[in-house]
Design a protein around this ligand. Sequence first.
Ligand code: GLN
Length: 453
Amino acid sequence: AHLDRIERLDPTVHAFLLVDAEGALATAREVDAARAAGEELPRLAGVPVAVKDIACTQGLTTTAGSRMLEDFVPPYDATIVTRLRAARMPILGKTNMDEFAMGSSTEHSAFGPTRNPWDLDRIPGGSGGGSSAAVAAYLAPLAIGSDTGGSIRQPAAVTGTVGTKPTYGAVSRYGIIALASSLDQIGPCARTVADAALLHEVIAGHDPMDSTSVDAPVPDVVGAAGTTDLAGLRVGVVREISGSDQGFQPGVQARFEEALDALRDLGAQITEVSCPHFAYAMAAYYLILPSEASSNLARYDAMRYGLRVTPDGSPSAEQVMGASRDAGFGDEVKRRIILGTYALSSGYYDAYYGQAQKVRTLIARDFEAAFGQVDVLVSPTAPTTAFRIGDKTEDPMAMYAGDIATIPANLAGVPGMSVPSGTADEDGLPTGLQILAPAMQDQRLYAVGAALE
Ligand code: GLN
């Protein structure tokens, strides 16, 4: 049924870069046969899933939304893909994304944008717009996303779906195409909090193949997703990313205030907390991310794998690298490589990268202080609803500004979730409520999200 729906609707939505009908059906048939034979099966056996094209899939092209990897067929599976296969979940295909996960709209995909199922002229968020649009349009019940600065949560918000960025290190990054290694985190996209919890449980857990993987038991997110009241829970409203003076769209602000009322009705105590250094989160992020990205993307040298363009004559290795990187990377990727290379260069390192790292520490301390007073923090996930395709492509700073509420969690490594929060009166488009918790307390997100559902 999902494959039929993809065939019918995806030419319009363009959530998928690749559909593996054969592979998905083969898994589904195996599960059917096993079930008929009375075999005991994992909980999500037979439930299809879509995977963001940032995760390596053995034998299936993995592009990260880039010309550079247009023909790259990985020789191995990412750990999370191995886990999906072990859970016997049919993999429907690979979803569209901003090139190398740089963006908030999916417009930076080298293969054309994904459209928001709520309004086809609008963006589905990014970088994981493909995964969230697939879930929102019922092309897939579940999808995998990656969140470096909001790429699971913001697409969830603008498509009316659920998305979780787990605690940094909670889900393996082995086999995930790296953007900024100290920020990247894999997580679930779903239509309900309980669905997200079920997928979270499948993908989370220690992996010796990832040196930053946390070796600790996975919190009981599925149990938490059964929460129905929040008696005694202390909820903090982060002034710096929630105040009515923060320039958020009126409909976003109105739905946020209603969510606070709903939390109160469920027994939570709401207080305002201040995280003064969040004001510098965007500036720090847009130095740290390009720095790490410029280093990670140095591997695309046209020698080992990926696109190779050979200029006429007898070019040097350097000329081949230059021509290949020029042809293989889009403008946003080049912009960030240049920025990151500059920020890391000797003489500027202390002034830019060093300063940004200090701000990062201050932001982590803001979280620590806030979580000394409250159990979870809340804010709107994004300042606006989905904007029109093309509206911000000429203005990277305007695009970056939309990440204001999601970035602090990545800088500090704490978990975050976006749950649907109703539609804005002015445009009828979905808004999202962001919930943040201390590191390793991911179950709190699911408890709050579930109680609100
Ligand atoms: N929008 C942010 C950026 O462009 C987030 C990206 C992400 O989380 N992958 O960097």
